[in-house]
Design a protein around this ligand. Structure first.
Ligand code: COI
Length: 416
């Protein structure tokens, strides 16, 4: 049953919510017709390679086509997720964090739907400003959604909750990739690439010759002296040795690779610090890069146990779960507290790894599930393998050729 569509059960979410803004049944009916129309369309997924090839030979006509693709594609992708939220049990969708996300998505859906076709470079500039403002406005989506579903997780079966969150998060990554890629292509076309990216071989937001070793080194350097909740250990440096195919380069989105590496290293260093607290030296951690002919980049991070499985989970894959039934740490006060702070300010969740370090460490339990989602977005994988008495190692596989389609959730969630 669709709760929000029911006239008997209108949601009273907030002043900005369309359901409350007007008492008019006719308006509700019209808005839902529009939503149905867009949600009945399938998204058009892209491969990384398509994004690179299209962006490589840019001209005005192609840039405007890219703008109009983003303009028409994003409301379709948002409409699917709005329908998913509408299908959640009432007690979940009225939870403050979830309701906030619903409002943001409704508002973005309406804005995109009404946005006129982009026909000139000047109009494209305005469109990029519009995109940048929405990207910014949505900075609090993840902590809000996370907090909202954590607090109502008792009302959703773990499989349903995990499926819902996975769809919401993959879809969000996909929309942000399209928006940010288009903004970056437009900046390059206008001759104003971001200063930090100017020297790199970038097409839009994709680095076409991404140096895997350099990214691991960068993350290791940022983390080397961080105590990571193990008090009094910051002066004992954590060293990471990188081995294997250290010259490996491939086309990928730098922020995605570095988010994964940073989170895995962070967990590894934290576990190592904890295991060896009181010692003046830490065992060296290892990261192995293996580039297979089969077009897969395999990064293996091996420490003195990447993670010590906490009591909260039975199986390593439960660390990816959003449900408190599978991972009881979801309901820890400190995590909920960090989520509350982040849901008001929003920074530090999607930030680059540098920004995460600057903003300080707020343990929210988001890192591993998000890394899993980033790894699988273009068809890769993240696997955690436990060895008794040793710890847990992580295996990340990222497709090297970029020929996989985005793994977009195409179908509605159905909770019965
Ligand atoms: C999000 O960040 O949640 C988005 O959906 C952004 C997109 C509308 C540009």
């Amino acid at each position: 049953m669709s709760y929000l569509l029911s006239a008997r059960c209108p949601l009273n979410l907030s002043r900005t919510n369309p359901w409350r803004r007007s008492e008019s049944t006719a308006l509700h009916f019209y808005q839902n017709k529009q939503l149905e129309l867009y949600a009945s369309k399938d998204p058009k997924p892209m491969t990384l390679r398509q994004l690179v090839f299209y962006g490589r030979s840019m001209n005005e006509d192609r840039l405007l086509k890219s703008a109009n693709y983003v303009r028409t594609e994003l409301p379709v992708r948002i409409a699917h997720r709005l329908r998913d939220i509408q299908k959640l049990p009432y007690v979940v969708v009225t939870q403050e964090g979830v309701a906030k996300v619903y409002e943001l998505y409704w508002s973005a859906f309406e804005k995109f739907r009404k946005y006129p076709p982009i026909t000139t470079l000047k109009e494209n500039e305005a469109f990029c400003d519009f995109l940048a403002a929405i990207l910014d406005e949505h900075a609090t989506v993840i902590p809000n959604l996370w907090l909202g579903t954590a607090l109502s997780s008792a009302h959703l079966a773990p499989d349903d909750l995990d499926a819902f969150m996975r769809k919401m998060l993959v879809s969000r990554i996909s929309r942000r990739v399209l928006a940010q890629h288009h903004i970056a292509l437009s900046d390059t076309f206008a001759g104003k690439p971001e200063p930090s990216k100017a020297s790199e071989s970038n097409v839009g937001i994709i680095t076409t010759s991404l140096n895997v070793k350099a990214s691991i080194e960068k993350c290791a350097n940022l983390l080397r002296h961080r105590p990571l909740e193990v008090e009094g250990t910051a002066d004992v440096p954590a060293e990471v040795e990188i081995e294997g195919d250290v010259d490996m380069r491939f086309s990928y989105i730098r922020e995605h690779l570095e988010y994964i590496v940073f989170e895995l290293l962070k967990n590894s260093i934290r576990a190592t610090r904890f295991k060896h607290r009181g010692s003046r030296e830490l065992p060296v951690m290892r990261a192995t890069i293996a580039a297979g002919d089969n077009a897969i980049v395999l990064i293996m991070l091996v420490g003195g146990g990447l993670l010590t499985l906490q009591d909260q989970v039975k199986h390593p894959s439960d660390l990816f779960s959003f449900s408190h039934t599978r991972n009881s740490s979801r309901m820890e006060n400190s995590r909920l507290g960090s989520l509350r702070t982040a849901s008001s300010y929003g920074r530090g969740i999607w930030a680059t790894v540098n920004e995460q370090v600057e903003n300080g460490h707020m343990p929210m339990g988001i890192g591993l599930p998000m890394s899993n989602i980033f790894a699988t977005y273009f068809g890769g994988s993240l696997e955690l393998v436990s060895l008794d008495g040793h710890g847990t190692d992580a295996y990340v596989r990222l497709p090297k050729l970029g020929t996989n389609l985005e793994t977009l959730p195409l179908y509605y969630l159905c909770i019965t």
